[in-house]
Design a protein around this ligand. Structure first.
Ligand SMILES: [Fe+2]
Length: 218
């Protein structure tokens, strides 16, 4: 069985993340960091009209903004290969490029943070014998990471998600999952947490771009 749902709905009732018009992944991430006072030298940012109705809470800077942990599930395999692309020749699925940052609660980029991703394939299957769609990487000196992968398929009992472990140098391991917006399964998934939603954009070539910022203790 995959992750057991706790039956608990997301306890978060307030909007804890800014929602931005996703005109580019980098712009989104830069905007999020800008909210933390980090200037990457990017262009101006635009909030979506809907965002005007949301409480503009900071994306980091307070303990409650720590990226929440959720269950690891049964399919983690240690010692994944170090790679930023999980794509392989002939792999089925919609290409997804996830760009993001790891920052501290003080809104400082965390360099050389470990990120270990694992996910189901386009058919909702995990490779539990090998390392297909599994890999780890480290943030650069700006705390940035890029993951090339596919949109994971659905499997019974869960909404769409990507598993991840994040660890700042000498920090504790955060085990969590990233979720996709506008998924019918989100509302029915007891593990789902809207604080773990990626910002997503569909590209003209049919691929998807995602952005997410992890806030961790250092
Ligand atoms: Fe899973």
């Amino acid at each position: 069985m995959e992750e057991k749902q706790t039956g608990l709905k997301s306890s978060s009732t307030k909007i804890t993340r800014r929602k931005f018009l996703v005109s580019s992944v980098l712009m989104v991430t830069s905007a999020t960091l800008a909210a933390c006072g980090i200037n990457l030298g990017g262009g101006a940012t635009t909030e979506s009209p809907k965002a005007a109705n949301l409480e503009p809470t900071p994306a980091c800077g307070s303990p409650e903004e720590l990226t929440p942990a959720v269950t690891e599930g049964p399919y983690f395999t240690p010692n994944s290969p170090e790679r930023s692309s999980l794509l392989e020749q002939g792999m089925k699925g919609t290409k997804l490029t996830l760009v993001g940052y790891v920052v501290s609660t003080a809104c400082k980029p965390v360099a050389h943070a470990l990120l270990d991703f694992w996910q189901a394939d386009a058919d909702g299957q995990y490779d539990n014998k090998g390392f297909t769609l599994r890999g780890h990487q480290y943030t650069d000196d700006k705390g940035k990471f890029t993951l090339e992968t596919i949109v994971p398929g659905l499997y019974p009992g869960r909404t769409r998600h990507i598993h991840v472990k994040v660890q700042a140098p000498n920090g504790k391991v955060l085990t969590s999952q990233l979720f996709f917006p506008n998924e019918a399964g989100n509302a029915k998934d007891g593990i789902y947490n809207k604080a773990l939603l990626m910002d997503m954009k569909s590209n003209a070539d049919g691929s998807q771009s995602g952005a997410y910022q992890f806030v961790v203790k250092v």
